[in-house]
Structure formats: C-alpha cells, structure tokens
Write a protein that binds this ligand. Structure first.
Ligand code: PTJ
Length: 252
C-alpha cells in the first residue's frame, strides 16, 4: 500500500515505492505523521517513535523468541484476567488502532483512552479513530477518579476501566505511570522496544518488540487458545536476553 498522507523522508508519501528497502519503516512513519495530522498523536510521539526505531534496528527488526514467549504469557494473562483493560495513547492508536480493537475482542478487554500530554481534543480524536476501527465501546478518562501515586494527566481514569482493572495492557508507556499502575495493584503488560526503560523493568510482562509486529501475534495467541495454566513469567530474564541480543548481534 502506498500512503497518501504526509511527507516521508523528505519525499511525498505517495512516492515511497514498495520496493524501497526501508519501505515498511517509512510507511510506519507515515502512519504516525498522519496521526499527528488528524490530531491523534502528539508531536512528542514522533520523538518517542524515533527512539523505538533505534532499538528495533538493534534487534534486526524481527520478533525474537524472547518476544514470542512474552506474547504467549501476555495472551494467557489477559485471558485469565477478571477485568482486563487496554490503555491507548496517541502513538499506539495511530500505529495499530485495528489491532488494538481486535485484541480487545479476542480477550474481552475494554479499551480506555489514556494519554500523557494533556489534550481533551486528542483524547476525543483517539476515541473516534478506535470507533472507526470497529470498537464497540471506548472508555474515556474521568475528571473524578484518579489513580494514586501519580501526578500528571495520566492519573485520570474511568471508574469502570483502569480504576478497577486487575490487568492493564499499556503499549509504549511512560515509566511513571507504569510504576503507579503496579503500586495500585495492577498486573501490567507493556510493549516496549527498549529493554532498559523504566517501564520495561517495572511491568510484570514486557514484550520487547515493535508494536506493529507483535500486536497481530498477540491477537492470534489470544484468539487461538484457551488460557493455559499460568506459568510464572520471568520478566527480568526476558529483558536480559533482549539486551544481550542488542549488544552482540551483527547486522545481516
Ligand atoms: O499520546 P501520549 O500523550 O500518551 O504520548 C505517548 C508517548 C509515546 C509520546 C509517551 O508515552 C512517551 O513519551 O513515551 P516514552 O516515555 O518516550 O516511551 C515510549 C517507549 O516506547 C520508548 O521506550 C520507546 O523506545 C518505545 N517505542 C517507541 N515506538 C515503539 C516503541 N515500542 C514498541 N513499538 C514501537 N513502535
């Protein structure tokens, strides 16, 4: 697919040919630029994406066994949850709205908008994009219910969503909120290409992979099987493996 929105690497997106060696990466950037243009993604989100790209480059832009195992653990955890919630920010929505909706359907999780950079207009734009992608329901942050142990905009949550969730899936999270969710007694699943980030280290299950690659795998894992009996997940070991791959892998 050749996109129609935004500029990509200095050239109009429509000029990015599928034969370009960096095609997928360029088209993914274009999705984020389009997200900014439609008011879903913050400008800061472009910077965050660049950081993610750098780590993705270091793992050879592929899903490694440490990620595949984390995906299986995350699918089982979401399916075993009493009240799972998928927390959606501006980057996750622009990159993967349809997959987030599919994940909610496959796991019975509720979708809730929750962003770091305060903007009621952007919250509404994210909600609209999720509804357009097929969501039946999108919970919005309230102005009455706040998580404890956190000060910024991300503390505001929906009383029937994140507030009472036992398991929260938070792709591309910032460390403060991940820590707050854990302190509030939640099990946190995150997707983060940086195995050194505070989020990656504080979450109980971290999938070190690109959101765009691992979400379809997570949806399939959740849709395929009944939840297997919970095996104990060693997140620190998985992060150490990811870091080792980054430090030792030679480019192909
Ligand atoms: O929409 P908002 O206001 O909630 O803002 C969202 C961002 C992502 C801008 C905000 O949460 C933020 O600033 O996040 P951080 O602290 O930069 O963390 C983002 C993490 O996600 C970093 O560790 C990146 O390496 C990682 N990351 C970026 N892109 C991807 C990614 N991980 C997986 N897949 C990606 N595509």
């Amino acid at each position: 697919m050749v996109g129609t929105v935004g500029q990509t690497n200095g050239m109009p997106a429509a000029d990015v040919p599928p034969t370009h060696p960096r095609y997928l990466s360029l088209i993914t950037r274009e999705r984020l630029v389009a997200g900014v243009e439609r008011g879903v993604t913050s400008l800061h989100g472009l910077i965050a994406h660049g950081r993610g790209e750098a780590f993705d480059y270091l793992i050879g832009e592929r899903t490694h066994p440490f990620a595949a195992q984390a995906i299986a653990a995350a699918a089982a955890c979401l399916k075993a949850a009493r009240h799972p919630v998928i927390s959606v920010n501006g980057n996750a929505c622009a990159l993967a709205a349809a997959d987030l909706v599919a994940l909610a359907q496959a796991t019975g999780a509720r979708l809730e908008v929750n962003i770091f950079h305060t903007s009621p207009a952007r919250e509404q734009a994210i909600r609209t994009m999720l509804l357009e992608a097929g969501a039946q329901e999108v919970l919005m942050p309230s102005q009455t219910h706040a998580l404890q142990h956190i000060d910024h905009n991300r503390k505001w949550v929906h009383p029937e969503g994140i507030l009472i969730a036992d398991v929260v899936c938070v792709p591309l999270e910032d460390g403060d909120r991940c820590g707050a969710l854990v302190k509030n007694g939640k099990t946190v699943i995150t997707i983060d290409l940086n195995p050194l980030s505070r989020t990656a280290r504080m979450a109980q299950i971290t999938i070190v992979d690109n959101l765009t690659r691992c979400l379809p795998l997570l949806v399939s894992a959740a849709a395929e099987s009944a939840s297997p009996p919970g095996r104990r997940w060693d997140n620190a070991a998985a992060l150490a493996e990811a870091e080792a791959v980054m430090r030792t892998r030679r480019p192909a």
